[in-house]
Write a protein that binds this ligand. Structure first.
Ligand SMILES: [Zn+2]
Length: 385
């Protein structure tokens, strides 16, 4: 393995600031020159391309009904924001559009849409359902749509997936005329502090090799030849979650130093929160062991296996068994117990339901569980995601 090197300014003066407690290969470094936060080691360019083309699920949570509704509202908010700033419409290119929901929304408002999309499945959907969107199945570096210009280029939550963001943004310049606006949305480093519960401390993902803040983002754009920004706008799903860009200006001197300091402080806070969450989880597991309350686990995935296997709760006589929402898992056995459908919950009659899934699913699971239990039954939920 070579030494870490900043993917933006190529400085080798980089330091590890955070390591995932569960995945030792997820190590967040800060560049001491420009302040960028990035993962090292990262996936190779081939692994990154393959992952983006075949495995990335676009946050599969968006297909859950309650989450899908929020997702639809977000798409609408994005389109509102865009049409508010560019009421005249025009040609739009969306990089990583997935099924083209935002392009569709803009199409209905008079825009003409094109896309570069790496997922074959998503392109199939576009072909069958949205024939008015011209798409290229592949990547920006393939340089499709040669010689064409767009009035708006969208990169919504795509930039975090890119190993070489400067090159990526420089490739986009070829589609821009002088008035082209860029609509950009990224996960920002500050959002590690506001994610629900922080829970497990594994916010950083191998397929998100770079994590921006406003300062490091502006620096990246300058290096790619886009100039700077007059104004960066934040319209958040949750506090500090995403940033949206509007117009142009320049980066102030000393931004690198400030970015280093800012990111260091965010990561120190994050480490503290992760430690606190893990301590809470430890206490929850301890009380499962000592309180002698009959419980079921809901969610028969990796999290549950870790909890029941490594923490040895599977031998605990109070564990009544598995429930899972997905029919595909019903009837198979894990740790010598059959995985049961939600309808069997009343037979198990637990006092406590331990949700072993990511906190984003907790509300959905609680509602599903209440539907199965008699109204008078008092049951407590604990989420150990
Ligand atoms: Zn750097």
């Amino acid at each position: 393995m070579t030494d870490p090197r900043c993917p933006i300014c190529w400085s080798q003066d980089c330091q590890e600031h955070y390591r995932d407690p569960d995945q030792a290969n997820i190590r967040l470094h800060l560049c001491r020159n420009c302040g960028l936060a990035f993962l090292f080691p990262s996936l190779s360019p081939e692994e990154t391309r393959r992952f983006n083309a075949e495995s990335y699920d676009y946050g599969k949570a968006i297909f859950i009904p309650s989450v899908h509704q929020k997702y639809r509202q977000r798409v609408k908010r994005q389109a509102d924001f865009i049409t508010q700033h560019l009421p005249q419409g025009g040609r739009v290119l969306d990089i990583g559009c997935y099924q083209g929901d935002l392009l569709q929304e803009l199409h209905e408002r008079g825009w003409q849409g094109a896309a570069i999309e790496s997922s074959g499945q998503a392109c199939q959907f576009l072909k069958e359902n949205r024939p008015h969107i011209a798409y290229h199945h592949g990547f920006v570096e393939d340089r499709p749509f040669r010689g064409e210009y767009f009035d708006l280029i969208i990169s919504s939550r795509t930039l975090n997936h890119i190993l070489n963001p400067v090159q990526f943004l420089a490739d986009l310049v070829r589609y821009a005329h002088l008035q082209t606006r860029l609509y950009l949305e990224v996960s920002s480093l500050a959002s590690v502090l506001s994610q629900p519960g922080v829970e497990s401390g594994n916010y950083f993902k191998a397929y998100h090799p770079v994590v921006f803040t406003m300062l490091t983002l502006v620096n990246t754009f300058n290096r790619a030849g886009w100039g700077g920004f007059l104004h960066l706008d934040t319209i958040t799903d949750s506090e500090e979650d995403t940033v949206y860009l509007r117009a142009l200006s320049t980066l102030s001197i000393g931004a690198g130093k400030r970015a280093v300091q800012e990111n260091r402080e965010i990561l120190e806070d994050y480490c503290q929160q992760v430690l606190a969450c893990r301590e809470k989880k430890r206490q929850q597991i301890e009380s499962l062991r000592t309180e002698h309350r009959p419980f079921v686990t809901w969610g028969a995935g990796d999290l549950a296996l870790r909890l029941l296997g490594e923490e040895a709760l599977a031998e605990n006589p109070n564990w009544l068994g598995w429930i899972d929402s997905h029919a595909a898992k019903w009837g198979s056995r894990l740790l010598h117990r059959e995985i049961l459908p939600p309808a069997r919950l009343k037979d198990l009659n637990p006092d406590l339901i331990v949700i072993t899934a990511s906190p984003g699913f907790a509300e959905e699971i609680q509602n599903a569980a209440r539907e199965q239990l008699p109204q008078a039954k008092e049951v407590e939920f604990v989420c150990i995601g």
